[in-house]
Design a protein. Structure first.
Length: 339
């Protein structure tokens, strides 16, 4: 129908707009505006708010309502996260890791001693979740690339200044010694090659390549991590923390046992279980994790008609991706021999 599509499109536009505003506020500002304000919840005060998530941290997130007022919401083990409606209006349970920037939601709870809203329940539409996932999958890598690019640009400017000084010295040598012209030209060529190599590294900053891939398996109908699965996740977490410019891509899968919808939800729960372990056991930042996705019974790696094949298909794949612009060697300028 046309109306749901228009609603989803408008939600996507609103989410992207709020993310743009929140991203611009992260940089130092010399002036302040009155377009946004903050709300402090009194301790013990019951509150219910509606709005869009503009910031997400490990245990808290910020919701901006239609009036531009920001409220800090805190999560705990008793917070209920569900979609609206569903069978008998029960909704579908979601892990707290699915609360993403750009998600349009409703929060109910009470104020705590820090002025935050301690959430007891969080509700949202399934369509808004799809919009938030689309926004987050594009916004997080872009923020990471922007930070990395700023650092690389500073290095390039410093390198360019050094190269400029070398070229000036070589030009002076060429003017005083006719035989030094050839050496100066060769060094200048190497300098240009170094600048070109540096430019190539900058262009490759948003191009990722897999450094390590691992798969952890589950029992039939289960999303509980086995000891062997935790050991594999420990290994890839160690590799990630020792890498620069990395992201982790997490994908859940199921075998063909059961219905398609049940397998899709089961594969999503498996992916959420892996992310929770990586965050809680190894302190992997959420910004380093690409939004998880459950593929259900699609993309099998083995035959679902055999017991062994189904066991291989009940899995979560974790890929360690590193920016090519960081893994490439830095450009250097070799000194001329000078005759």
């Amino acid at each position: 129908m046309v109306i749901p599509k228009l609603r989803m499109f408008s939600s996507l536009v609103l989410a992207i707009g709020l993310l743009t505003i929140s991203a611009s506020m992260a940089f130092p500002q010399t002036t302040t505006t009155s377009s946004t304000s903050s709300r402090s919840a009194a301790s013990g005060q019951k509150m219910k708010i509606k709005g869009v998530v503009t910031r997400r941290d490990a245990d808290t997130f910020v919701v901006r309502d239609a009036n531009g007022t920001d409220t800090t919401v805190r999560l705990d083990d008793r917070t209920s996260v569900k979609t609206k409606g569903g069978f008998l209006r029960g909704g579908t349970n979601y892990a707290q890791t699915n609360i993403l920037r750009g998600l349009n939601l409703e929060v109910g709870g009470v104020g705590n001693s820090s002025g935050e809203l301690l959430a007891s329940k969080i509700r949202f539409n399934e369509s808004d979740m799809r919009v938030a996932r689309a926004v987050e999958s594009r916004a997080a890598p872009l923020e990471e690339r922007a930070t990395t690019t700023e650092t690389k640009l500073t290095e390039v400017e410093q390198n360019a200044q050094r190269l400029s000084g070398q070229l000036d010295e070589l030009a002076a040598v060429a003017n005083t010694a006719k035989g030094g012209a050839k050496a100066a030209q060769e060094t200048a060529d190497r300098a240009v090659a170094g600048v070109n190599a540096t430019n190539e590294r900058i262009s490759a900053l948003d191009d990722y390549e897999p450094q390590s891939i691992t798969a952890v398996n589950f029992k039939t109908g289960s999303a509980i991590l086995l000891p062997d699965a935790k050991s594999k996740l420990d290994d890839i977490a160690t590799k990630a923390m020792n890498s620069k410019g990395y992201v982790l891509e997490v994908s859940g899968f199921a075998d063909a046992t059961g219905t398609v919808e049940r397998n899709r939800l089961l594969s999503q729960r498996r992916a959420d279980a892996v992310i929770r372990y990586l965050v809680e056991s190894h302190q992997i930042p959420l910004r380093r994790i690409v939004t998880p996705y459950g593929f259900g019974e699609s993309n099998p790696v083995a035959d679902n008609t055999s017991r062994e094949g189904r066991a291989q298909n009940r899995r979560v794949e974790v890929k360690l991706l590193v920016s090519k612009g960081i893994t490439q060697p830095a450009a250097t300028v070799a000194p001329g021999s000078g005759q």
